[in-house]
Design a binder for this molecule. Structure first.
Ligand code: SAH
Ligand code: SF4
Length: 450
């Protein structure tokens, strides 16, 4: 039964919204959802509260991400009662937790369906059944098993676009729920990735960001021997893309070959997101990260000396079970020594089902807050220092947009710093400009074309 055709007959005048929580991977999944919904004839609206069909794509990596979903689902109850909302579908990582979807649906009668991650293909049937029979269901049966190459994301064809190269994770860091909700690591075939990039560049995209939980282990399990460096080379050879970014890199899998690729391939941006999580070797071991403080520092030194003008960014968790003041000092020490351009910093959040959830010595909330504050203050110093390094220097900028609310022209350097022009200029999105930096305003470099 073709549910897309059936929906085209009844979707006239109906709107849908997609609210996305979490990482870029979720953003990408939401684009696939949009592609399917548009094909069924529904009209997109930004506001969840105005839409007839509300889709919520959830994240469960930390507790506060989950709390937001509970709040939103609670608010939609009234819309359901008023008749405006005709279908509420909650999907993604949160639903993927063991036994969670059924429990969630019995708790919230306003939720019509719960689906898994990468489940966009199931939407037409699910929505048809809700709209015609008011049928409620949780279906997590096929999610996270394989990569669905038939599901193409809806694209705005921006100058910079995300391209998923792999999904899932095999690392089982003891704090993290991702391997449980996204399943085992699966890499996309290079030919499919190349096809997608060529389609993007044909429509004006100039930069791609390759996405995966751990891009450095790309290609494991392929018959043909092809790793992440080889993939980057292939993309450079077989597409017209002007810049290549990628995230996330796991420090334990960052090979010397990849460092050479970053150093030698001019298309590869000189920015690497390299989550350290903690500076303490003891805590890193308990997190199952597979490297020590020393290994990590050596890796950063190596990157800096081989690649030259590279900026590093990171993720850090404070208050992992058993983290003492001494351990936290090691984290501060790593931040001072690496001098990251930016960092995402989080308080440890207990995730049911992970190993760390049952570890002794959980850290008090007050201590976590205090450590986070100290870390934020220290990092702010290095974010500022990194930007100031470029004062009076000339940088190459890829223009992403020519008009924003506050600035004339905005783009990014290879190192992922934002740049604005101090006066109006005739340039186009996609241009590569040489800009001399004269000023820094709240982390944005400001200058003029030379
Ligand atoms: N695959 C990536 C990151 C995935 S999750 C990596 O390995 O680096 C994004 C970030 O969320 C992690 O880097 C970590 O810093 C944070 N995170 C994950 N689980 C967490 C938890 N239980 N509490 C607090 N932060 C967490
Ligand atoms: Fe989570 Fe670790 Fe996998 Fe990243 S590498 S997704 S932190 S388990």
């Amino acid at each position: 039964m073709n549910y897309i055709e059936k929906l085209i007959d009844i979707s006239e005048g109906l709107t849908y919204s997609v609210k996305t929580y979490g990482c870029q991977m979720n953003v990408n999944d939401s684009m696939k959802i949009m592609a399917v919904m548009n094909e069924c004839g529904f009209h997109y609206t930004e506001s969840v509260y105005e839409s007839n069909i509300a889709i919520i794509n959830t994240c469960c990596v930390r507790e506060n991400a989950e709390n937001k979903v509970h709040g939103l689902v609670g608010n939609i109850k009234k819309l359901k009662e008023s008749g405006r909302n005709k279908a509420l579908i909650v999907l993604g990582c949160m639903m993927q937790q063991e036994g969670y979807a059924e429990e969630f649906m019995s708790r919230y009668s306003q939720v019509d369906a719960a689906l898994g991650t990468s489940d966009s293909a199931k939407l037409p049937e699910t929505i048809y059944k809700i709209l015609t029979n008011s049928e409620r269901a949780a279906d997590l049966s096929s999610a996270t098993k394989e990569i669905d190459e038939n599901a193409r994301p809806f694209r705005h064809y921006r100058i910079s676009e995300f391209v998923t190269i792999m999904t899932g994770c095999n690392n089982f860091c003891t704090y993290c729920v991702v391997p449980y909700v996204r399943g085992r690591e699966r890499s996309r075939e290079p030919k499919d990735i190349i096809y997608e990039i060529n389609e993007l560049t044909a429509h004006g995209t100039r930069e791609i960001v390759l996405l995966g939980q751990n891009v450095n282990s790309y290609g494991k399990g392929f018959d043909e021997k092809l790793d992440f460096s080889d993939l980057i080379q292939k993309i450079s050879d077989e597409t017209d893309v002007k810049r290549i970014r990628y995230m996330t890199s796991h420090p334990k899998d960052l090979s010397p070959k990849l460092i050479d690729t970053i150093a030698e391939n001019p298309l590869v941006c000189k920015h690497i997101h390299l989550p350290v999580q903690s500076g303490s070797t003891k805590i890193l071991k308990q997190m199952n990260r597979g490297y020590t403080k020393d290994d990590y520092l050596k890796l950063c030194d190596n990157l800096k000396s081989k690649v030259g003008d590279i900026i590093l960014s990171t993720d850090i968790i404070v208050g992992f079970p058993g983290e003492t003041d001494e351990d936290f000092k090691d984290t501060l020490d790593v931040v001072s020594r690496v001098q990251y351009g930016s960092a995402f910093m989080f308080k440890y959040s207990i995730r049911t089902g992970t190993k760390a959830a049952s570890m002794a010595d959980q850290v008090d909330e007050d201590i976590k807050s205090d450590r986070l504050q100290q870390l934020l203050t220290l990092q702010e110093k290095y974010t500022k220092k990194t930007a100031e390094r470029y004062l009076d220097k000339t940088v190459e900028v890829l223009v992403e947009s020519t008009h924003t609310e506050h600035r004339n022209v905005v783009g990014k350097t290879s190192q992922n710093l934002s740049v604005a022009l101090e006066s109006e200029c005739q340039v186009q999105a996609g241009d590569l400009l040489n800009v001399k930096i004269n000023e820094i305003k709240t982390h944005t470099l400001i200058g003029k074309i030379i």
